[in-house]
Design a protein around this ligand. Sequence first.
Ligand code: MG
Length: 372
Amino acid sequence: MLIHKIETFPLFYRLPAAYGDANGIKSYRTNYLFRITTDTGVEGWGECVDWLPTLHKGFQERIIPYLIGKPIVDRSKLVLTLKKWHSRAATAVSMALTEILAKSSGLSICDLWGGKYRDKVPVYASFQSYSVEPDWHKHSLEAINQAVTEGFNMIKIKIGGKSISEDQLHVLSVQHLLQGKISLALDANQSYDVAAALQWKTMLEKSPNLLWMEEPLQIKYIAEYIVLRSRFFVPLAGGENIKTASDFIPLLSQYALDYITPDPLHIAGIDEYRETLSLARKFGIRATPHAYDGALTRLYALFAQACLEPWSKMETEMIEPVEWDVMDNPFNHLISVQPSNGEIAIPYGIGIGIEIDLEMLAFYQWDGSSYE
Ligand code: MG
């Protein structure tokens, strides 16, 4: 079975109301989907998110010409080569080839991976808390209220982009809204040093609904994470931008974090992503996937979590949640899987078990222009 055809679908959406985190304010969302068809007519989808002008050129001029005519069963070799050119493209291609292998075996992705431990996986509502308006607190609280009404029982909000006192006022208002009934994670996007992170100590150690604090420090500062973890009795999470399974080993082996947050799109290849989850299990550290860029990537994070052995024997704690983007982003709906009561029912059909919304691909087609 050979790769016969690759069609690309670059997608662009200008946000009517910008939002963001400590890394800055976003004014658009993009997506890059492609469909690989084999010479026997089997199709598989891949997804990648990056700046469209260079991504599209890379696919058209190098990645697609390289892949055409290659055997599907050479997945590992192909992904390894692509990894040298563009790590996220390598992952996206590995998704499509995995789907093709599953379909041609008459299996779902989960069955191909050894089978599911569970039919449902919890998700947490992930917010970009900041906006350009001075009353960003108000907008944030309205959005959180909506997610709680929709049934989410875990949320993540952003800190680190404003002063600690302004962020703490926001967190206090959020906690007042949640009334201890909804679990809360805070994400600082690597904004602090140890001293700044410790300014949260008094407030957070009194919060029984706190899930974790994510990336208070730059992720490369392992020694500082170990110091913070010894002084701060709040679970620490991080690692969304780490690109290989082996790069997680120093964090895992030194117990610098309570949770790793690998992202299937940021680790080159969906197989290596699953190796990372497995590695976390070997070290006895929890893994809660970062899955912010794209609905198909997130679906693979859900499949992997469904197939991951439990971390605990406690009935309510058996599997860690997956990130669920609840901000204005039409590409969250490219796949019809949506949460109910904070959980996703894993699709069980052959391949990914679900169709991509082709009308949406046509509607949001990128016009080829450059953008900021
Ligand atoms: Mg994060």
